[in-house]
Ligand binder design. Structure first.
Ligand code: ZN
Length: 148
C-alpha cells in the first residue's frame, strides 16, 4: 500500500505524519493524530518507507533509477544524462535570448541537431498575423458547423 504524507497546518502543531492508504481511499486530507484537526496531504509523490528492510533485502534508496533499473538506464540513457542535455540546451537558449534581447526564439530541428535563433520584431509580427489568421479560420469553421 502506498504511503501518503500529511502536514498539519495548525499553529504550534505542524505535525508531519504518514499513513498507509489504499489508492482508492480519499488521501487528500487526514485527521492529525496530535491535535485532531484536519491536515492536508503533502504532494511529494509516493513516500515509500525508506528505512525498512535489512542488509539482505534493503529498503528503497528513494532514488527511482537505483530502485527500479530500467532498460534506458542499462544502456546509459539515464535521467542524469538527459537532464544535463536539457541544461546544456537551456544555456544555448539563454545565450540566444540575451543576444537577441527577446524571449522569443525560433527553433530549427535538423536530423542530428537543434538550434535556436532570436526572433526579430518582423518575424514576431508575421507570426502573430499568421496565428490570428489561423484562429479566424478555426472560428469560421466552428460557426459554419453551428457550434460555438
Ligand atoms: Zn495537528
Amino acid at each position: 500500500m502506498p504511503k501518503y504524507v500529511f502536514e498539519c497546518q495548525t499553529d504550534g502543531c505542524n505535525l508531519k505524519f504518514e499513513r498507509s492508504m489504499k489508492m482508492s481511499d480519499d488521501h487528500r486530507s487526514h485527521v492529525c493524530p496530535s491535535c485532531k484537526e484536519v491536515a492536508p496531504g503533502v504532494i511529494e509523490g509516493f513516500a515509500f518507507d525508506f528505512k525498512s528492510g535489512s542488509a539482505a533485502t534493503p529498503g528503497n534508496t528513494g532514488v527511482h533509477k537505483d530502485d527500479y533499473p530500467t532498460a534506458d538506464h542499462a544502456v546509459g540513457k539515464d535521467a542524469d544524462k538527459r537532464w544535463s542535455y536539457y541544461q546544456a540546451r537551456e544555456q544555448v537558449k539563454t545565450a540566444a535570448r540575451t543576444q537577441g534581447d527577446t524571449p522569443a526564439l525560433i527553433r530549427r530541428t535538423g536530423t542530428d541537431y537543434v538550434e535556436y535563433e532570436p526572433m526579430t520584431d518582423v518575424g514576431r509580427d508575421a507570426r502573430r498575423k499568421l496565428t490570428k489568421k489561423a484562429l479566424g479560420r478555426v472560428q469560421a469553421a466552428k460557426e459554419s458547423r453551428g457550434t460555438r
